[in-house]
Design a protein around this ligand. Structure first.
Ligand SMILES: Nc1ncnc2c1ncn2[C@@H]1O[C@H](COP(=O)(O)OP(=O)(O)OP(=O)(O)O)[C@@H](O)[C@H]1O
Length: 617
């Protein structure tokens, strides 16, 4: 027998489970059943593909056995089992170790946060059990192993005997307390309720031997007698949910299925149940999650749908079923037209997969359009979480998908919240030539921009782009319904003759700011500010900022124009100065630095700037 310690994070998690005040302890059964089902999915696939292994459909079931005398609850499966190394690997360390940032969780929130967000699989059993044993035999070997643990101190593994491959997990329930009655988990009624609530659509029968009554042999009509006998009952529906008729299913069924498959812990925002017959036949249940997963922005994170071939799981995360920009969608796809034996490399290229992908993409976009039309608040919630994914879809692949996506974008404007390009376009002023937008970190920051006042005064609506990717998308779209997009910071063309007829003071300023700005000019539209920076050409100031944060930043710079407010006292003063004086130079530099700061750009010499400001004060 080997005694082992858990790794530090597992020990911490275990401790949390044991002392958990989480009220939803009953989820442990769902977690164990889900593990059993996964293990059988894997075995089913292996057995179907390996002639050396016997395949017997009847062996694929889960058995639950309560024992009221011993106070144990046993969950048995005919799955692939585990070798000793796999036991250590799977039950001695937590799989998601990297993602559980314990340091940032304080004790009080910890169990709700962890149990709530991640689900905790196997370890959740410690919420109801003070001792757990796992008797398991891998299909790969003759030996069986017995894993035992009483909690955080560690676990032991010893050799054992078992006939068939698979796993038997036995929970010894905790003693009842004033607050908690653990014995309920041994009640037939409670077990039935939990299975039908959480695990009804597990694809394998979940069996339990129960006591039944029947008329006894010597029973007569006048003297009815009954005898008890024991028989297996199947507790779940066991027809995969996606094969069911939509009309038979309730919202709650879809929500439970979402949790049962570990797609997320909160109810999804929406589900799509697809059943297609024709050139290609497939069934699918897809979900739009309501919340971003914690690792949403991790570039290494794999999305994908579960792919079944006629009820047999062939891939847990098939990325090729979804375009990248929809990789946040969760769900299951089952098609009899996809061969069970297909390799991952071949799968990508099959026409069937491409057809399914197209179909799924369309259905999801249609569903999003429907939510956008019928429930704007719900859509806004979705867009807050996953809008950035759709936006990247419009931008990537040289904009190949932009037309499919452009009507699904919503923006806040200087007048309203969450409006589409189409709505903006419809409400444009009769003589308005462009769809105007402004960049900034928030709508408040945008409303403070010097150049926005001009648009607000003229009652022109301006789209607020607050996400760094927004401007790239807008540049990719170029126009919407024949109206071009235009940044309020993009200057009108600088005419050649204007450049020639510059006032002397502007000429001198240009000399001082050589290499920094390509033009300087007066702009009477500026209201309260002395100067601001606009840009001309392809790269805007916002893009310069975004690009400068990219890993392979190539030093792209916006072509900047310094716009001066001729009515501002600072400008009036500047015009009276001797252009060759030091003071003129300092004022010019300060105006330029101020405009850079307003635009959110760094300035070369902040110390000098601050000293000059103080001096003036
Ligand atoms: N009944 C079982 N048969 C075979 N392997 C199992 C069984 N139960 C658990 N395992 C193995 O132990 C691992 C850890 O299980 P655990 O429930 O903690 O996490 P998980 O199932 O991987 O993740 P999650 O619960 O979030 O889906 C599983 O990935 C699986 O490899």
């Amino acid at each position: 027998m080997q005694n082992k310690k858990y790794n530090a994070e597992t020990e911490r998690l275990m401790d949390l489970m044991i002392h958990s005040i989480y009220t939803n302890k009953e989820i442990f059964l769902r977690e164990l059943i889900s593990n059993a089902s996964d293990a059988m999915d894997k075995m089913y696939y292996i057995a179907l593909n390996d002639d050396k292994l016997k395949f017997n459909h009847e062996d694929y079931f889960i058995r639950i056995t309560p024992d009221k005398d011993k106070r144990t609850l046993t969950i048995e499966d005919g799955g692939l089992g585990m070798t000793a190394e796999e036991l250590v690997e799977n039950l001695g360390t937590i799989a998601k170790s990297g993602s559980l940032d314990f340091k940032n969780l304080n004790k009080k929130d910890a169990d709700h946060e962890i149990i709530g967000q991640f689900g905790v699989g196997f370890y959740s059993a410690f919420m109801v059990a003070d001792e757990i044993s796992v008797l398991t035999k891998s299909y790969k070997e003759e030996k069986a192993h017995l894993w035992k643990s009483k909690g955080a101190e560690g676990y032991s593994i010893e050799d054992a005997e078992k006939d068939k491959h698979g796993t038997i997990i036995t929970l010894h329930l905790r003693n009842n307390t004033k607050e908690e009655n653990y014995d309920v988990y041994l009640d037939e009624y409670k077990i039935r309720e939990l299975v039908s609530h959480y695990s009804n659509y597990i694809s394998y029968p979940i069996k339990m031997e129960v006591e039944k009554k029947r008329p006894a042999a010597d029973s007569t009509e006048d003297d009815p007698k009954f005898e008890s006998y024991r028989e297996d009952d199947v507790l779940n529906s066991s027809v995969p949910m996606w094969r069911k008729n939509k009309n038979e299913l309730k919202e709650e069924d879809y929500n439970n299925f979402f949790r049962q498959r570990h797609f997320g812990f909160e109810d999804p925002l929406a589900h799509i149940h697809i059943s297609v017959e024709g050139m290609i036949s497939f069934k699918a249940i897809l979900y739009i999650p309501s919340r971003r997963p914690f690792d949403f922005l991790n570039p290494d994170k794999k999305g994908g749908l579960e792919l079944y071939s006629n009820g047999v799981l062939i891939m847990e995360k098939c990325e090729d079923l979804l375009p990248d920009y929809l990789s946040f969608i969760k769900g299951v796809v089952d098609s009899e037209d996809i061969s069970l034996n297909i390799s991952r490399e071949m799968l990508q290229k099959t026409r069937e997969l491409q057809l399914i992908k197209k179909n799924i993409e369309k259905k999801i976009l249609d569903e999003l359009a429907k939510i956008l039309k019928n429930d704007r608040d719900k859509y806004a919630e979705f867009f807050k979480n996953f809008g950035v994914s759709l936006k990247s879809g419009a931008y990537e692949n040289y904009g190949a998908d932009k037309d499919k996506l452009k009507d699904l974008f919503i923006y806040t404007t200087t007048k309203r919240e969450n409006i589409t390009f189409n709505e903006y376009r419809k409400d444009m002023l009769p003589d308005q030539d462009f769809i105007y937008y402004a960049n900034g970190s928030s709508i408040e920051a945008i409303k403070d921009l010097p150049q926005i006042k001009h648009f607000i005064d003229k009652d022109i609506e301006v789209l607020a782009l607050t996400d760094p990717i927004d401007e790239f998308v807008i540049k990719m779209l170029e126009e919407y319904d024949d109206k071009k997009f235009k940044s309020i910071s993009e200057t009108d063309e600088v005419k050649e003759e204007d450049e020639k007829n510059l006032q002397d003071y502007v000429k001198k300023m240009k000399e001082i700011l050589k290499g920094e700005v390509s033009s300087i000019r007066e702009n009477p539209n500026l209201k309260d500010d002395a100067a601001y920076l606009s840009s001309k050409g392809e790269i805007s100031i916002e893009m310069e900022k975004t690009l400068s944060h990219m890993p392979n930043n190539q030093g792209f710079k916006a072509d900047k124009v310094l716009e001066l407010n001729p009515n501002h006292p600072a400008l009036k003063k500047l015009k009276t100065m001797d252009e060759s004086s030091e003071e003129f130079k300092t004022y010019t530099q300060m105006l330029y630095d101020g405009a850079r700061l307003v635009a959110g750009l760094e300035i070369k010499d902040p110390i000098a700037y601050a000293r000059n400001v103080s001096k003036l004060m």
